[in-house]
Write a protein that binds this ligand. Structure first.
Ligand SMILES: Cc1cc2nc3c(=O)[nH]c(=O)nc-3n(C[C@H](O)[C@H](O)[C@H](O)COP(=O)(O)OP(=O)(O)OC[C@H]3O[C@@H](n4cnc5c(N)ncnc54)[C@H](O)[C@@H]3O)c2cc1C
Length: 381
């Protein structure tokens, strides 16, 4: 669980970048509900958009530990920026890295690594969320192409992205065993963007629908094997869940920091409010949960770095469950400690609460995390 010198350097670089470049825009992009393209340009210059992509394909290397370092560091200041960054590097690029052919990696990764193209991942559909294998988007072979028909919903970067890892049914009767992964690029015939959603939080990370109407995807854009998409999807989910846990940790820490500062400055009844035992206990419990989440996230990140994302679902689910619920609870507690100021936009805790709400839902809900954990428990009987 010791960070290497390079990882410490990355942590410090990201922390400085987030404080100096990301934090000043966080409130503005939230208010204006706009994607921070200027921050993405700066992240591209720093190499952060090529994190996890090997140097031979234009990236800067690194793996899940490095992704979690950046995820936590950015999430402390702007949950929207980190959401769109995560969809690009982890949901899209990292999975192409893991499962793409040499030709596909050479063709697709350099533009993602440089930030020339923005990535995303599309599995969710209006009638297939937690039950993702119930997806209806259909892909039918037609010579050198697959013809896709269907609609994906709630897609992070949907409205602004260029390249999407899309899952569709190639054998509709087979549930998980009938899914194939495709790379669909902006400009493909029959591919269009649907509505952009207005959301409670993550205002700077655009979320939208993707529509496929006889969309022609060349066979060379099939990732992995035909009908072999479930394995790719699940490994992606495992990695996404750990990254979301790291982002939740960042958010939970920031809530604790702001609440501690406010609690030691705000005077009521002639005393600092943090000296009232009920407030003090809240802060102590917030800190304790942050420590526990930290241990879960980093132990799992180091394990996953050694073994790969496929085999770790229980510990990852536990880390995501605990860290995301900690982020949400710490955001609630922070707004409580801020009193009326916690409810207005003068202080960022109001935004933290709105941004924290998605963490127990996206990438698999808390209920689904419990299901994954229980299934693993049963296996051990
Ligand atoms: C802002 C945002 C960004 C997103 N980004 C992406 C993205 O980039 N790509 C993508 O593919 N998807 C994305 N999603 C989709 C997200 O992963 C799903 O919303 C999530 O998995 C839940 O699915 P659902 O919304 O259909 O809820 P449902 O599955 O309908 O769940 C509704 C409720 O029922 C509960 N429930 C469902 N099944 C069970 C069960 N078996 N046991 C107990 N309880 C159950 C759930 O826990 C939940 O409380 C995003 C969503 C949002 C809101």
């Amino acid at each position: 669980m010791e960070f290497s010198e390079e990882q410490i350097l990355l942590k410090n670089t990201v922390s400085r970048f987030a404080k100096e470049q990301v934090a000043p825009l966080a409130s503005e992009i939230d208010e204006q509900e706009r994607f921070p393209s200027e921050t993405f340009e700066k992240m591209s210059q720093l190499g952060l958009l090529g994190l996890g992509i090997p140097e031979e394909y234009g990236g800067v290397g690194g793996g899940i530990v490095e992704s979690c370092i950046v995820g936590e560091g950015l999430a402390r200041y702007c949950a929207s920026t980190v959401a769109s960054w995560g969809a690009h590097v982890d949901l899209c690029a990292a999975n192409i890295c893991r499962n793409g052919s040499e030709e596909q990696k050479k063709r697709l990764l350099p533009d993602l690594a440089s930030g020339k193209k923005l990535g995303g991942m599309a599995m969710t559909e209006p009638d297939a969320g937690s039950d993702v294998f119930a997806m209806k988007t259909r892909a039918v072979e037609d010579g050198d192409f697959f013809i896709l028909n269907g609609r994906k919903t709630f897609i992070t970067n949907g409205p602004v992205g260029d390249i999407f890892l899309v899952y569709a049914k190639t054998d509709p009767k087979a549930r998980g065993k009938g899914i194939t992964a495709f790379v669909v690029e902006k400009g493909f015939q029959g591919f269009s963007k649907g509505k952009k959603f207005k959301k409670l939080g993550w205002h700077g990370s655009p979320t939208g629908d993707l529509i496929f109407e006889d969309c022609r995807v060349p066979r060379e854009n099939v990732i992995g094997e035909i009908n072999g998409g479930a394995k790719i999807l699940l490994s992606g989910l495992n990695s996404e869940r750990l990254l979301l846990a790291a982002e939740s940790l960042g958010l939970a820490k920031e809530c604790l920091k702001d609440a501690t500062q406010y609690g030691t400055e705000r005077i009521q009844f002639g005393k600092r409010i943090a000296d009232f035992q009920m407030v003090m206990e809240k802060l102590a419990r917030m800190a304790t949960k942050v420590e526990a989440a930290k241990a879960m996230v980093w132990s799992q990140a180091f394990k996953m770095a050694g073994k790969g994302p496929a085999s770790m679902s229980m510990e990852t689910a536990a880390a995501k469950l605990f860290a995301s619920e900690t982020a949400l609870q710490n955001a609630l507690d922070a707004t409580q400690i801020f009193g009326g100021y916690g409810y207005i936009r003068e202080f960022p805790v109001e935004r933290y609460l709105r941004d924290a709400r998605i963490m127990t839902i996206g990438g698999g809900t808390s209920e689904i995390m419990c299901q994954v954990i229980f299934r693993e428990l049963e296996k051990g009987l």
